[in-house]
Design a protein around this ligand. Structure first.
Ligand SMILES: C[S@@+](CC[C@H](N)C(=O)[O-])C[C@H]1O[C@@H](n2cnc3c(N)ncnc32)[C@H](O)[C@@H]1O
Length: 276
C-alpha cells in the first residue's frame, strides 16, 4: 500500500472512522454497496475503454466499490483519510493504488483520471463545494465525475430510527450539520447544483431505489458502534436510554423482518457530470 503524504485536512477526515472501520465493513458497507451497479453504469466503463481507463475512488472506505471498479479492467486509485479504512481496502482491493488523502486536497495533478467517483463521501466532507471542485480538477476534460449521497430523512432506516428515538425518550445531540453557508440540500436538485457549481456539464441526477437485506443485529451493531448520525446520537445517551433504544429498535424492526432477514427499502441520490 502506498500512502500519499498529503495531509488529511478535512474536518471529517481521520480519527472519526478509525474506531468503526471494521464495524462499518460488517454493517453499513453492504448498505453503501447497493449503489455499485448504478455507479458503474454512470461511469460508463465498458470494454476496451474500461481497460484503458484511469479511475479514482475518493473516500473508498473498505474498498467494495474499488474492487468493483477494478473488475472492469480499469487502473484504479483509491484514497481515504482513514488508515483503518485503507487497511481494509487493501484486503478487499489489493490491486488498487491506495493513498491517504482527504477532500478537498487530493495528491494528484490536474486531469489525472478519466473517471472520478465518490460513493457516500460528499455527505461527510467539511466543504462539499470545495470537495466537488477538487474531484473535477483531477478529472480530465470529457471525463466523468460520479457521486452519491443519502437523501435527508426519506429512507425506511431514517424513519425507523426517528421512531426509536421518539419512543425511547433519547435527548438531542448537538447538531452535526454543516454551517448553512457550506451545506447543500440533500436532494436530487441539491446534488446537481453541487456538480454544476464545480463547472461540470451534462449533469444528470436521480434517485436510486433498491432493497437492502440485512439482519436486525447488523443494523443495531452499526449504530451501537457509533457509525453515522444515529451512531453519534446513540453514543451520546445514558446507559438507561441506550437500553430503551435497543428495546424500541427490536420492536420497530419486527414488522420489517421476515425469517430473520431485515428488509429495508432504500433510496440514494446519484449524480454524474462531465468535465468541461
Ligand atoms: C460512508 S463511508 C463510504 C465509504 C465507501 N465509499 C463506500 O461506499 O463504502 C465514508 C468514507 O468517507 C471517508 N471520508 C471522510 N471524510 C473524507 C474526506 N474529506 N475526503 C475523502 N474521504 C473522506 C471516510 O473515511 C469513509 O471511509
Amino acid at each position: 500500500m502506498t500512502h500519499a503524504t498529503t495531509a488529511a485536512t478535512a474536518r471529517t477526515g481521520g480519527a472519526g472512522w478509525t474506531a468503526v472501520a471494521e464495524a462499518y465493513r460488517d454493517t453499513f458497507a453492504p448498505l453503501c454497496a447497493g449503489t455499485i451497479p448504478a455507479v458503474l453504469r454512470a461511469a460508463a466503463l465498458r470494454g476496451e475503454d474500461a481497460r484503458r481507463a484511469r479511475v479514482l475512488d475518493a473516500g473508498a472506505g473498505t474498498g467494495r466499490l474499488t474492487a468493483a471498479l477494478l473488475s472492469t479492467g480499469a487502473a484504479v486509485s483509491a484514497v481515504d483519510p482513514d488508515e483503518a479504512m485503507l487497511a481494509l481496502a487493501a484486503e478487499t482491493a489489493p490491486d488498487a493504488q491506495l493513498g491517504r488523502a482527504a477532500l478537498p486536497h487530493l495528491p494528484y495533478a490536474a486531469a489525472s483520471f478519466d473517471v472520478t467517483v465518490a460513493n457516500f463521501v460528499v455527505n461527510h466532507v467539511a466543504d462539499p463545494r470545495a470537495g466537488l471542485r477538487e474531484l473535477a480538477r483531477v478529472t480530465r476534460r470529457g471525463g466523468r465525475v460520479v457521486v452519491t449521497i443519502w437523501p435527508s430523512g426519506h429512507n425506511t432506516q431514517s424513519r425507523l430510527w426517528a421512531e426509536v428515538l421518539e419512543a425511547s425518550g433519547a435527548r438531542d445531540v448537538p447538531a452535526t450539520r454543516l454551517p448553512a453557508a457550506l451545506d447543500f440540500p440533500r436532494t436530487v436538485d441539491g446534488l446537481s447544483g453541487l456538480l454544476k457549481g464545480a463547472g461540470l456539464r451534462q449533469v444528470a441526477s436521480g434517485t436510486l431505489r433498491w432493497t437492502h437485506r440485512t439482519t436486525p443485529d447488523a443494523l443495531w451493531r452499526g449504530a451501537d458502534a457509533g457509525i453515522g448520525g444515529i451512531g453519534t446520537t446513540l453514543r451520546a445517551q445514558t446507559a438507561a436510554v441506550r437500553a430503551r433504544m435497543k428495546l424500541e429498535h427490536d420492536r420497530c424492526v419486527r414488522s420489517l423482518t421476515h425469517a430473520g432477514e431485515l428488509v429495508l427499502p432504500t433510496t440514494a441520490i446519484l449524480a454524474v457530470g462531465t468535465r468541461s
